[in-house]
Design a binder for this molecule. Sequence first.
Ligand code: HEM
Length: 394
Amino acid sequence: MGEHPVRVDIDLLSGQWYAQQPFEQWAWMREHAPVYWDAKNEVWGVTRYHDVLAIEKDAAAFNSHRSPRPHGNPLPMMISMDDPAHTRRRKLVNKGFTPRRVREHEQTIRQICSSIIDNVAPKGECDFVWDIAAPLPLLLIADMLGFPPESYHDLLEWSDDLIRGTTVDDPAAAEKAMLAGIAFRQFQLGVIADRRSKPPQDDLVSILCYAEIDGERLDDESIIQESLLILIGGDETSRHVITDGMLALMANPSQRAIFRDNLDTGVEELLRWVSPIKNMSRTITDDIEVGGQQLHAGDQLMLFYPSANRDAEVFDHADELDVTRDPNPHLAFGFGPHFCLGASLARVELRVMFDELLRRVPDIELAGDPLPRRASNFISGPEAMPVAFTPAAA
Ligand code: HEM
């Protein structure tokens, strides 16, 4: 116990490290150092499926006080809270995200997918990331939050800048992220003032403005942070499954050929394959041993979902894409009390988008190299992906 095998090409907080998709390093960590100590960043990295799952389940021993980022400042939003505060906060909004409520949006989601494809279909080419993958999740979550359509462009830019700022090796990106945080805050203060001046409505910001916990309303900072979490959870995640998922299908024609006949298992497999959220962090509550390492109260650790989802202990032929995989107990949405609030919404977005894409532009192919991936130590995917297809009528 206590040995720390090290590799110099592992840097758990460098955005560049994630941009180059470190599957080989994760495989090495699972085998040689499943609870890896990154001395430079003073953080533990957990890579095996069963360790990640056990930690997710034990919120008392592995708390979320500083989550979602390691060494983070506690923020007034559900992802940084532990029970009982966490459940009380999550309950304020979770009614809007149940599978039943989400199914009610399915028709709207299909219409949005259709119009997104209509816009590019006659051209025969587009940038898959910005023309197809990014708009759908943004439109849906911004509308649920009650933000006006004229703000969508800014919202996407701010949330992108905030995620690009999650790295330790790019001061310019960090500064842009700070400015985006300030701009979002100003914008959101205006929306909050507007909602408070009107009777309660059914958008999420209005719900947060009028919600009461023990007879008290949420303060501005809580509403800002909670809605930013929901915005980023919504618009920075599914889009990478759409892009990297399509990339995987283009590289695997036989899987692509059977995808529409296996939509439900296919979507789960793309979630496993892509795991767009690369990690979440936890803080050790009291000294504890994990995976043969002694961890101490206050230590920071990162749970690596893409690594857990390629663990051969759990997944047969884990490095192969199999759209019929069943069961598929992937951890792309996490597990336990913080299990993704938007999982049902994301699943419907993905099912409908892939169904429509593979029906409407079935011969879609890469038309050049995808540009570099987002250098973020949190959520990463291609920043652009030129594609071509036989032009189709709108
Ligand atoms: C493919 C898409 C998505 C993926 C892969 C994903 C993944 C995750 C993961 C890994 C967590 C942390 C779970 C944990 O710590 O155990 C999480 C939490 C969360 N997600 Fe998602 N997410 C996605 C889409 C969404 C959407 C569409 C929303 C919109 C509401 C959303 C909102 C949230 C929120 C609010 C939390 C915090 C929940 C809590 O702390 O209780 N996510 N998500």
